[in-house]
Structure formats: structure tokens, C-alpha cells
Design a protein. Structure first.
Length: 259
């Protein structure tokens, strides 16, 4: 059996005056080396896409982190300069893809911006500049360190007993690399909180009664997916779910093939 394929929605980036559809290497590397799947980068367009046409051709969806934030209009808030930067094309591509993947029981792993998109797609809201809220720690990326230093595993999160993620990494405390200034405010009705930071910030969710793997994490398991045990376990579980879905598609296709 060939490797199954996951869709990864792209960001819009501008380099030297040219517009690019881009995904950071760390996500597609983790998909290949830790989950054991191939990644197809899905260009970001504000309109014109057929979401089901994409999902018909893949076996999972991996929603990556990004420097941009979900536009507040998607969750009923007024945008300010402090809420940016935005990527409207990414929003328009990823949000419908998330909803339809869940509807169609296609495995979904949403990371960083991805967990925020998952929450918004399912009807939740976000809070900006959370470090300015009373009692909330500064979860932002450390300044003046190299890339490995920025993504260093330095923070504790607490995985809830009996949760989906507890079934993957075990319940209780794990150490992660969570880098963000936005976070879930109001949790979407269909999402279950799976893990929180010591200050109460929501760090992981799953989709309640989802027919397939549907998990979001605020931290970055992709960065150390080949060397850090909990990070690897999350990607391995996602890869297993993707392979199960792909095998099910093949079985259904075989049933329909005339003898």
C-alpha cells in the first residue's frame, strides 16, 4: 500500500514582490518522518475552491501553525491592528476544510493557528494578547534566540484523565513548546478541552463524538516529532488514523469493483 496523503492548507506569503503559497518545512517533515504520510500543500484562495474535491483525494488534514491570526470577523468580533497580521485566503481555505473533514470522518490534526481555526470553525471565539490578561502567563515566542531555542520544550501542560490525548500520551503533566499570543476564549460547543497550561490557558481540544481522529493542540509537536516522545506519539496516532481511513477507502472501492 502506498503512503496515504494529507492536505495541508497553505499560507499566503510575499517574497521579493511575488506571492507564494507556503507551508513551513517542519510540518511536512513531521508528516513524512513521524506520521509516515505524504503531504499535499493546498493553495490558499478566498473563493473558487471545491472543498469536497480536495477531500475526495486525500486521507487526512493537517492544519499548521502560522504567524497570522484568524480574522475576528469569523467569530463575531471587530478587527483591530493588534489582532493582526491576517491571512484572509488561509481562513477561507482552512475553515471550510476543517468543517467538512469532520463531517466526512476524515482524520484531522490542527496545530497552533490550526487549533484556533478549529475552534472558530466549530463556533468558538478567540482572545488576543492573552499575556495582558490577569493571571495569564506570557506564552509568546522568546526573543533573541535561535530557531531551536524558540521551539524549545519549556512549558508544562496537564492532560485530562479520560481524554482523547490521554489515550495517546497518557494523563497528567507533559512538557511542550507552546508559542502564542492568541488562545481559545469561548470553547466551541462541539469541542472538549483536553489539556490546559498551569495558568488555565486551553492547550488542546478534541471534537466531541467525532467519527474519526479530530484533535487540536496549541503547542508545536511537529518541531521535535522525531525526537520528543509526546510529540512523536501525537503524530504517530494521527498517521495511524490516516492509514486506517485510507485502508477503509480502498476496501470500499474494492467492494464496488466488478468481479
Amino acid at each position: 500500500m502506498t503512503k496515504p496523503i494529507v492536505a495541508v492548507p497553505a499560507d499566503i506569503r510575499t517574497f521579493d514582490g511575488a506571492t507564494w503559497h507556503a507551508v513551513q518545512h517542519q510540518y511536512v517533515r513531521a508528516a513524512l518522518n513521524a506520521a509516515g504520510v505524504m503531504a499535499f500543500i493546498i493553495p490558499a484562495f478566498e473563493e473558487g475552491y471545491g472543498t469536497d474535491a480536495i477531500l475526495d483525494r486525500v486521507d487526512g488534514v493537517l492544519v499548521s501553525g502560522s504567524a497570522s491570526n484568524v480574522h475576528p470577523s469569523y467569530y463575531g468580533a471587530t478587527a483591530t491592528d493588534a489582532d493582526g497580521p491576517f491571512d484572509i485566503a488561509r481562513d477561507a481555505t482552512a475553515l471550510p476544510l476543517i468543517r467538512r473533514a469532520i463531517d466526512r470522518a476524515i482524520p484531522l490534526l490542527a496545530i497552533c493557528r490550526g487549533i484556533q481555526e478549529l475552534n472558530v470553525a466549530m463556533g468558538g471565539t478567540l482572545a488576543s494578547e492573552i499575556q495582558d490578561q490577569p493571571g495569564i502567563w506570557d506564552h509568546r515566542t522568546p526573543a533573541e534566540v535561535d530557531r531551536d531555542g524558540k521551539y524549545a520544550i519549556r512549558q508544562s501542560v496537564f492532560v485530562k484523565e479520560g481524554s482523547c490525548i490521554a489515550g495517546i500520551v497518557g494523563p497528567g503533566e507533559i512538557r511542550v513548546n507552546s508559542l502564542h499570543r492568541q488562545a481559545i476564549a469561548k470553547t466551541a460547543p462541539r469541542l472538549q478541552v483536553e489539556a490546559v497550561a498551569e495558568d488555565g490557558t486551553i492547550e488542546a481540544v478534541s471534537v466531541i463524538d467525532a467519527p474519526a481522529f479530530a484533535v487540536g493542540v496549541q503547542w508545536h509537536p511537529e518541531y521535535w516529532a522525531e525526537t520528543d516522545k509526546p510529540s512523536n506519539q501525537i503524530f504517530s496516532a494521527f498517521g495511524d488514523a490516516v492509514r486506517d481511513y485510507a485502508a477503509g477507502k480502498l476496501a470500499k472501492a474494492a467492494e464496488k469493483t466488478p468481479a
